[in-house]
Each structure stands twice: as structure tokens, then as C-alpha cells.
Write a protein that binds this ligand. Structure first.
Ligand code: NAD
Length: 506
């Protein structure tokens, strides 16, 4: 029996101190199946008292967990990874049911999360400090990476498993304890992960899951016993969380929204670039922070590229994510679908050329589902709303540029800097692009350059507030603090008082 499955109805519990507990308040939020529009279950909105209970459980668990040898922590994570793999199907179904993305994409996102657990399972090696013998006469020096205490994670709706897995496996591997607040729109998979972590041998209180909205987030980021906050979501909330949590003395990494450009140079392979852009623009209905939402067509390739994208995108099979043959599912909520449609209206009103219009798209028998078809704009200018805003839907805009210089200029002027890609056969052009572009993650003939778990993931500019990216070594540094110990054994070399700045090398 799982704590939650696709058949679960009613209000979900919180997971505090290794068990399911009911939230104390009465406020709830609807969890809908975006393919049907039906409310399937509810998420309780945790209040300050609930958050305090979760933080207290985590603080108590920290006392023992921090002293558990990293090797033992790693073994728990290895068992956790095995359980995630054994339940792959259930996770994919839960993700598709609450988020809408297609099953294969849901399973792929779980796999990318599992890779972070694999990375974190190597923590005995990752926590090794540095050692130097004889930094002075008979003086040695070594450093240690120690855990911070209670860490909090606040995650978005678009990757209900992968983004939580960017955070808590690394945090707990490093000896911290964790309170996770997943998106209230699709929180079930997080509860199931916490249950499996307990089954894997994680002591009670090391990982806690709370649900909720601003009230829960505020209580977490202001709580005096929370030492570090990892946030992933939209830019306005990322900025708010960064500022509020920093003001409250916490270490913060807050990843925000994006507008990711793909530059297609005239020498690119047209078919390859078309296929890559279509997958990156319309996969997961454009609800990815690394989705390509703007194409910069350079020079003569523009007309051919737009025709080619239109022809293929028009044939994209759209429907419920659990239906075979479908490549693109619905959007997360009705309100979001209507917002995306309104962006298309604005694009038309502002004079962009609407090449493919998904606004009237419906799936027969699923008229209440939150569907919209693939949409394509051409001849978009940088001052247009459809270019300036993150739409977070299957709306791709094409801008034209005269040269690689113009394309680099355009991207560097954009306030976001999460991901970007270039399509070319020229090594020189690609090398210039990777060097000069002010974006954190760059693909060269790779449309969605999401770094593997053993590298770090993070954008620049308004796509990340804070200094350290998630997972990889930056994740380890985020969840630890460094202590440096300088040691002298004086039995054979007595030293007297010194009143000058120590210069050990003397
Ligand atoms: P969101 O900002 O609405 O919500 C993210 C989290 O913040 C949720 O847990 C939510 O409950 C909480 N939240 C919402 N409003 C809040 C408020 N006023 N005060 C405090 N907390 C609040 O984002 P979303 O719609 O769930 O996710 C989509 C966004 O996330 C997109 O902008 C996307 O680009 C971004 N995203 C970024 C990355 C990245 O790595 N940079 C990854 C995934 C998603």
C-alpha cells in the first residue's frame, strides 16, 4: 500500500517525523488532472504551526543524522535509488496524472532525478576535505565540509519529482535534514518519495514534506531554525524568496524563470535543427525552464526554417499524456491555459505574424482538459510582449537576425540567462558563442543542455538569485560549510608567546 497512488481521493497528509499527519488548518487547494479538468484530490495548505512541527522534527533528527558516517548515509540513498527504480511506473503515472506531460517524458524526468541520487550516493568521496602537511614547522592544515542543519526546498509544478531530487538527496547526503514544500498543484509524488526514503532506512525526521502556498513558504523562509533555502520557480517569487530568506540570515539559492533562445545559423542542418527545436519548444507543452521559447534565425535560413517548423509542428499529436502515440499533453491548469491563449491574442494585436494558431485546439471527448495546440509566431520583435515575457506554454516565437553578432547581442540583452543553444556546422562560430553568451547553460547542436547530475545546474541573470547552482559540486558546497583546522603538536618543539601575526612558514 502506498501513501498515495493514482486512485487516491480526499485531502493528502503532510509527512512529518517519518509518518503521515493531517495538517492542522482547514484550507485546501485543488489538484486537477489537466487532461480531464477534474479535481482528483486536494492538497492541505500548511500553516505556521504545521511548518514549525516539520522544522522541529528536522532539527531533532539532525542531532543524530549529522553524526551518522557518510558511508551509512550513502547506503540509505542507494536503497532509496533502488526503490525509485522499482516504482518507476507508479511515479510516471502520478506525474502524468497531476501534471499532464506524456508518460515517457515523466519517466525521463524521474531518471534525471535518480541520477542526482546516484551522484549523492558518492558522498563519502565528495565530502573529503583537503590536507596539507607542514604548512609551517611541524604544523599541518586540513579542511572539513560540515552540514548546515535544517534545509528547506520549495519547488515548482513543472518537474514534481526531478526538481525535489535536485535538492534533498544532496542535502541529506551531506548530513543535513530537510523540509520539502513541493508545488501545491502536483505534490503527491513528493509524499511517495518521502515514504520510500523511510522504507530505505532514512531515520524519522530527516526528510519531511509539507504542502501549501505563500503562508507555508513564508513560515519556512522566516523560521529561525532553517539554515538554508533552495527555491526553484518563477522569477518574481525567486527574487522574493531570495530577498526574504537572506534578510532572515539564511543561505539561499533561488532559481527563476527563463526565455531560452536557439540560434540557427545559415550553415545549420535544417532538418536536424527543426526536429531539435520542435522537441525543445513543444515537449512538455513548453512547461520546462529549459524549453526553447525563442528561435533566432540568422540570415537566409529564416524562411525555410519557419516553413519547416510549421509543417512539422502542425502534425504534432496532442492529447492526454497517458495515451499512446501522443507527444504533447495539456497545460497545468485552466487559468494557465487561458493566460497562454491571452498571450497569443496579444502577439497578434502587437503585429507578430501568427504562423500556427493553437488557440482553438480541442481533444474530442476531453473538452474540459486544459489543451492548447502548438503555436508559432514569426517576425517577432524584441519589444513585443510574446518575446519579453516567459509564456510557459507551447508558443514559439521566431526573431530574425542579420548575423551571429546580432544574435549574441539580442540574447545578452535579455534579462533571463538560463539556457541557450546554437545550431551550426562551424566550430569557430560555436566557440565564439559559448565564450561570449551570458547564459548559464549552453548547448551546441544540443537543444536542451540540462547538465548531468555530476555537473551543476543553474542559470545567470534573472534566472538565478544566489551564488551556487544546484547538484554537482556546487550543490555539495551549498549544503555544507567549510572548517579549516591548523594543527601543531608541540612536544618536541616548545613555542613561546607570539605577539605578531602568525607566519607559520618561518
Ligand atoms: P511559482 O513561482 O508559481 O511557484 C514555485 C513555488 O513557489 C511553489 O512551491 C509555490 O507554492 C510557491 N509560491 C507561489 N507563489 C508564492 C508566493 N507569492 N510566495 C511564496 N511562495 C510562492 O512557479 P511554478 O508556476 O510552480 O513553476 C513554473 C516556473 O518555474 C517557471 O517560471 C519556470 O521557468 C520556473 N522553473 C525554473 C527552473 C530553473 O531551474 N530555473 C526549473 C523549473 C521551473
Amino acid at each position: 500500500m502506498s501513501i498515495v497512488d493514482t486512485n487516491t481521493t480526499g485531502t493528502l497528509p503532510l509527512w512529518i517525523g517519518g509518518k503521515a499527519v493531517a495538517a492542522s488548518g482547514t484550507r485546501t487547494g485543488d489538484i486537477t488532472n489537466p487532461a480531464t479538468g477534474a479535481v482528483i484530490r486536494k492538497a492541505p495548505m500548511a500553516n505556521k504551526a504545521d511548518i514549525d512541527a516539520a522544522v522541529r522534527a528536522a532539527a531533532q533528527a539532525f542531532e543524530q543524522w549529522r553524526d551518522t558516517p557518510p558511508l551509512r548515509r550513502a547506503r540509505v540513498l542507494t536503497r532509496f535509488r533502488e526503490l525509485l527504480e522499482a516504482n518507476r511506473d507508479q511515479f510516471a503515472r502520478l506525474i502524468t496524472q497531476e501534471h499532464g506531460k506524456i508518460l515517457a517524458d515523466a519517466a525521463g524526468s524521474l531518471q534525471r532525478g535518480i541520477e542526482v541520487v546516484e551522484f549523492a550516493s558518492g558522498v563519502p568521496h565528495l565530502l573529503k576535505g583537503e590536507h596539507a602537511e607542514d604548512v609551517g614547522r611541524a604544523v599541518d592544515c586540513h579542511s572539513m565540509l560540515q552540514p548546515l542543519g535544517v534545509c528547506a526546498g520549495i519547488t515548482p509544478f513543472n518537474f514534481p519529482v526531478m526538481v525535489p531530487l535536485w535538492m534533498f538527496p544532496v542535502a541529506i547526503a551531506c548530513g543535513n535534514t530537510f523540509v520539502l514544500k513541493p508545488s501545491e498543484k502536483d505534490p503527491s509524488a513528493s509524499l511517495r518519495m518521502a515514504e520510500l526514503a523511510t522504507e530505505a532506512g532514512l531515520p524519522d525526521g530527516v526528510l519531511n514534506v509539507v504542502h501549501g502556498d505563500k503562508e507555508a513558504v513564508d513560515a519556512l523562509i522566516e523560521h529561525p531554525d532553517v539554515r538554508a533555502v533552495s527555491f526553484v520557480g518563477s522569477t518574481p517569487i525567486a527574487r522574493y524568496v531570495y530577498e526574504t530568506a537572506s534578510r532572515n540570515g539564511k543561505r539561499v539559492q533561488a532559481l527563476g524563470g527563463a526565455k531560452n533562445h536557439a540560434v540557427v545559423l545559415p550553415d545549420a542542418d535544417l532538418e536536424f535543427a527543426t526536429d531539435a527545436v520542435i522537441g525543445a519548444a513543444y515537449g512538455s507543452a513548453g512547461e520546462r525552464c529549459m524549453a526553447i521559447s525563442a528561435v533566432v534565425a540568422v540570415g537566409a535560413i529564416g524562411d525555410k526554417l519557419v516553413d519547416s517548423i510549421r509543417d512539422k509542428a502542425a502534425k504534432l499529436p496532442v492529447g492526454p499524456g497517458d495515451q499512446g502515440g501522443v507527444e504533447m499533453g495539456p497545460l497545468i491548469t485552466r487559468a494557465h491555459r487561458d493566460k497562454v491563449k491571452a498571450y497569443v491574442d496579444t502577439g497578434v494585436a502587437e503585429g507578430a505574424t501568427l504562423v500556427l494558431d493553437g488557440r482553438a485546439f480541442e481533444v474530442s471527448g476531453r473538452e474540459q482538459g486544459f489543451f492548447i495546440g502548438p503555436t508559432l509566431f514569426d517576425k517577432v520583435r524584441p519589444d513585443m510582449t510574446v518575446y519579453k515575457d516567459e509564456i510557459f506554454g507551447p508558443v514559439l516565437v521566431v526573431l530574425r537576425a542579420e548575423s551571429l553578432d546580432d544574435a549574441i547581442d539580442l540574447i545578452n540583452r535579455n534579462p533571463y540567462g538560463n539556457g541557450t543553444a546554437i545550431f551550426t556546422r562551424s566550430g569557430g562560430a560555436a566557440r565564439r558563442f559559448q565564450n561570449e553568451i551570458e547564459v548559464g547553460m549552453v548547448g551546441i547542436n544540443v537543444p536542451i543542455p540540462v547538465p548531468m547530475a555530476f555537473f551543476s545546474f543553474g542559470g545567470w541573470k534573472n534566472s538565478l538569485f544566489g551564488d551556487l547552482h544546484v547538484h554537482g559540486m556546487e550543490g555539495v558546497y551549498f549544503y555544507t560549510r567549510t572548517k579549516v583546522i591548523t594543527t601543531r603538536w608541540t612536544e618536541d618543539r616548545p613555542v613561546g608567546s607570539s605577539f605578531v601575526m602568525p607566519t607559520l612558514g618561518r
